[in-house]
Write a protein that binds this ligand. Structure first.
Ligand code: GLU
Length: 498
């Protein structure tokens, strides 16, 4: 039975690398019909915070990665928070001490630091000297009984530590580069490399899939498995994610946390698809659009690449645009509402009529939107209209200066102002009659009309915009949407058409 875990430390926001690890574990579990476990690694008491754990659960739920066992849902191998599992760590540490495979270490931080510096000065890799290794057990027991602070270290024995990594192939580390490392600190907290092994074993984890920043931890964990006589799981270490400049992806490259992606209006389905392609590709090596069902169906550890993955914003937005187009408009309107509310265009509690109208807006402007936070600027031409600004801009003021354009607008504007209830058909009919009267057609006819109505030289189809202006003007939106008549009246006055 495949059992995998995502084991984050709640010390900050979930970033892209961790989200990808979470996703690969989830996809593998779902593909194999296995179990996906969420385990909170909060042994670093100084840095772990409850608010980060809450955010983490929210973020994973948003990304759609549901877990079968975890701190909130429980499960047969709980508890799922390391801070609640101390008794297991102490039990196995005691077992290793009894068996002579671990020992108490009384070295002070100053002693250890001095050793470290000495090694570095001599150009050696720093590792623990083993000073406390040979102390007679009775003497150690006495010191501990006296209350002297003591850590517990593992006695490293044997030669190499080897494993077959599902991504990197055959891996090996000489055991003497490792040194007797700490299992339990003198304050009683377990070290990561110890807790993780106890938990992975007790939770019957079959595959450990995690970032390659953990490769150097793996031999240490193998040493614990060896000492306890346990069978290690299979390991797969995922390559690093780099920014476009080929340095490790970090805040310098812009948004990197799930929370930021969400705030930018990236859809979870798009992010899942995009993250899946960071280091993995389907068997055909080229399909890029894969929804969750497809990803789950095709996912395999065999197609994970060793080379670093490069985060490509353009591709991310391209995928997001794709998923936005696939998303039913009512759902997308609900998602968009906060973004337009933030811009002061509609209210937070937009009613059903406003949301139905918003669907039309989305249908008109979505082509130019790669993520929802670009929506206010794409929809600006609907909410903001300023005739004098149009006449000031180099790109647009020609419509009031060129004779042909003026003639079109002088004929067109009164025709529109005379309409009681403007529809796109009535709009077309007015344009046709101008065509006959002034002798302009095509671009010469529609360009001045578009500019006078929208203030832009290009943009969504007028067929979509006209009803949006008309209907919007009758809705009690936070920011009034000007109707065609309001726009053109303002334009005629500012351009002194007459
Ligand atoms: N808590 C570790 C981390 O967040 C997990 C490492 C592992 O998967 O073993 O990096």
């Amino acid at each position: 039975m495949v059992r995998v875990r995502f084991a984050p430390s709640p010390t900050g926001y979930v970033h892209v690398g961790n989200a990808r690890t979470a996703l690969f574990n989830w996809l593998f579990a779902r593909h194999e019909g296995g179990i996906y476990i969420l385990r909170i690694e909060d042994t670093d008491v100084d840095r772990s915070e409850a608010r980060f754990e809450k955010q983490l659960l929210d973020d994973l739920r948003w990304l759609g990665l549901d877990w079968d066992e975890g701190p909130d849902v429980g499960g047969p191998f709980g508890p799922y928070r390391q801070s609640e599992r101390q008794s297991f760590y102490h039990q196995y540490a005691a077992q290793l001490l009894d068996a002579g495979q671990a020992y108490f270490c009384f070295c002070t931080p100053e002693q250890l630091e001095a050793e470290r510096e000495e090694a570095l000065k001599a150009g050696r890799q720093p590792r623990y000297s083993g000073r406390c290794r040979t102390r007679p057990r009775e003497e150690s027991a006495r010191k501990v009984a006296e209350g002297q602070p003591a850590a517990i270290r593992l006695k490293i024995t044997g030669n190499e530590f080897e494993w077959r990594d599902r991504v990197h192939g055959s891996m090996s580390f000489e055991s003497d580069v490792i040194g007797d490392f700490i299992l339990v600190r003198s304050d009683g907290h377990p070290a990561y490399n110890f807790a993780v092994v106890i938990d992975d074993h007790l939770m019957e984890i079959s595959n450990v899939i995690r970032g390659d920043d953990h490769i150097s931890n793996t031999p240490r964990q193998l040493a614990v498995y060896r000492a306890l006589g346990w069978q290690p799981p299979e390991f797969a270490h995922l390559s690093t994610i780099l920014g476009p400049d080929r340095t490790r992806l970090s805040k310098r490259h812009g948004a990197t946390s799930l929370e930021q992606f969400r705030a930018m209006g990236i859809l979870p389905e798009a992010l899942r698809n995009y993250l899946a392609l960071l280091g993995w590709s389907p068997a055909d090596g080229k399909t890029e659009i894969l929804n969750s069902e497809e990803l789950t169906r095709q996912f395999s550890l065999d197609h994970i690449t060793k080379s670093p993955a490069i985060f490509d914003w353009d591709k991310m937005r391209w995928l997001n645009r794709h998923y936005m187009k696939q998303t039913p408009l009512p759902y997308l309107a609900a998602l968009s509402q906060p973004f337009l509310a933030e811009a002061g265009y509609i209210s937070q509690e937009a009613d059903d009529r406003a949301l139905a109208w918003l669907e039309r807006v989305l249908d008109a402007v979505l082509k130019n939107v790669g993520q929802l936070d670009q929506l206010p600027s794409a929809a600006k031409l609907i909410f903001e209209y300023d005739a004098s600004a149009i006449l000031r801009r180099d790109e647009t003021r020609g419509v009031a200066e060129e004779e042909g354009a003026r003639a079109v607008l002088e004929a067109f504007i009164p025709a529109i102002l005379a309409e009681e209830d403007l529809t796109y058909e009535r709009f077309r009919a007015a344009a046709q009659s101008v065509c006959l009267a002034v002798g302009k057609k095509g671009k010469e006819l529609y360009h001045p009309i578009r500019v006078a109505l929208t203030g832009e030289v290009s943009g969504p189809e007028l067929e979509k915009l006209i009803p949006i202006f008309e209907q919007g003007s009758r809705l009690p939106l936070k920011k009034h949407v000007k109707s065609c008549a309001e726009r053109l009246r303002e334009f005629a006055a500012a351009a002194k058409l007459g």
